[in-house]
Design a protein. Sequence first.
Length: 198
Amino acid sequence: MAESIRSFIAIELPGTIKRELTDLEALLKKRCPDVVKWVAPEGIHLTLKFLGAVDADRIDEVKMGMDEAVSGLAPFGLEVQEVGAFPNLNRVQVIWVGVKGELDKLMYLQKQVESNMEQLGFPREERAFTAHLTLGRVRNYTSPDDRRKIGQVLGQTSFASANSIKVESVNLMKSQLTPQGAIYTRLYAAGLKSEGSA
């Protein structure tokens, strides 16, 4: 029986943005009721496709599918700005930071990844893809009142990163769940190439 690896495909963030998100989280932690499970900033990334448990002997297929998904795509830029929540600010479940910039290219890239992974047998995501970075999740037992309070805090918090993300590769990430939180390891990077560069 092959080992299975809990994995997903994502765009990693530069350290400068992770530091800004660390400061943003620290600010929100002070202002929000203590019912949020915050994501460690070093673990924040832009997920394009969650694969789940993948047999170790299928990782090469996934890598090939990723290479195919990025072929012909040149590097592009994204901005990180605005704080929000799913499903909305009155019933906060997930706290996020928005992603702007060359979203048409990001959407195209995500569609390519999604369809290539579907061909390998990974089920298509039912929900439409929204570009966001998850900062935290509100615990299930949280009262509607506390959810609204968090929404008010988010509504009053403005955030725009001074740095941008240059998307030059798409990464296959391994996620190990530990009591201290998830540990992420990059298993593979499929590079985007500018036209004319070998």
